[in-house]
Write a protein that binds this ligand. Sequence first.
Ligand code: NAD
Length: 435
Amino acid sequence: MKVSVIGAGYVGLTTGLCLADVGHQVICIDKNEEKIKELNKGNPVIFEEKMQETLKRVLKKGNFKASTQYSDILNTEITFIAVDTPVDENGEMKLTNLENAVRELGTVLKNKKSYHIVVVKSTVIPGTTKDLVIPVLEKYSGQKVPEEFGVCMNPEFLREGKSIEDFINPGRVIIGEVKQDRRAGDKLVELYEDFPSRYVVMRTGLTEAEMIKFANNSFLATRVSFANEIGNICDILGIDGHVVLEGMTLDPRFGKSHLQPGPPYGGSCLPKDIKGLITKANQVGYEPVLLESVEKVNEKQKGRIIAKAEKVLGSLHKKKIAVLGLAFKPGSDDVRFSPGIEVIKGLISNGAEVVTYDPMAMENAKKIVGNLAQFANSIEEALGNADCCIITTEWEHFRNIESEFNLMKEKNVIDVFKIIGPTKSKELNLNYHLI
Ligand code: NAD
């Protein structure tokens, strides 16, 4: 099939590359000219496992092209919209990028004579596809849904760091469709059939599909805050919260994911989606008491890492602290709402001198932290003069760095993700602290 994708970020690029890899002809449209140039040269710009080699492969096969020109969409049958949908300072989801993309898409579709399918992949507040996407498309294209073009809402659940793997093995595919119109959804089902993995397809209304994404992320965030609340109570009672949560997750009804005490949730999705849903709920007259608490626990958890540093070091003023890990999760270079960046901000505001290192996310972090922290070229350089080290990303890389940790002998190490563990920390002779 001939496919176009608007937005070449984590979701859009993953969608485009995976579809191109199974033989579809894909064109990725983005407004960022620099990104488009790099993509066509074989540089994905973002770091994700398997992304570089997949891009090289699909370029070689001639299945993938990147462009800034919306007119290239004319040549395709189906368009995925995967632009970013951040929240503003009031917690409301900003739909400007989506609206601009839809307007330009509609203008292009005006010149298209054959049936076209538009798939919303961006996370959008329930009602957006029906009340914004469809009316704008109809207005600018002069065509009607479902006769002249079809619309689906197909939320994405991939995990950053594992985006390619998750896209190919989705587990479930949710397809939201316009009432009484199966044509667009049928085509989407057909498109995904090229992925050999087993997955469940659920077909539903547009708003239900939009809401499933929010319910999903709200539940994950709730689990994180639950684990932190139990962990914090354990901490005060002198109980090892990690052992408690581990024991709890042995119950087959729970599963292990997002139930580790220590780190607050971060990244580009959970914080903004929870905030967006809280704001929407309040706007329609419902007080989302549980979700507001989830967010409150998370905010406090960020402070607990700084509080732990103060507990072990006393005043942080002029203390030299190494922060290992800037990506919000391993396997990614995304630093949006990452615990590492939050910790650096907290340390600096308390007068500490911060040196930091991450195997992948240094360039993105520099754009946020600037010269407030020193960026080291290696773990060794980061730990060299440090009074304390705080590990803030669960990089596999940090698990196996015994020689470098010799530099921290008898010094304080705060391990937010428990990646060293008490046994190994004893062998390394560290003053070891968990959150
Ligand atoms: P991103 O910021 O990485 O990428 C968005 C891209 O869209 C950017 O390259 C930007 O230049 C481009 N863009 C913005 N407006 C445009 C326009 N009008 N025309 C063309 N290009 C435009 O975003 P992302 O992380 O890929 O997220 C995209 C959407 O998917 C969001 O709604 C997000 O909530 C959702 N989502 C993200 C993830 C994730 O793990 N990142 C997972 C599931 C869902």
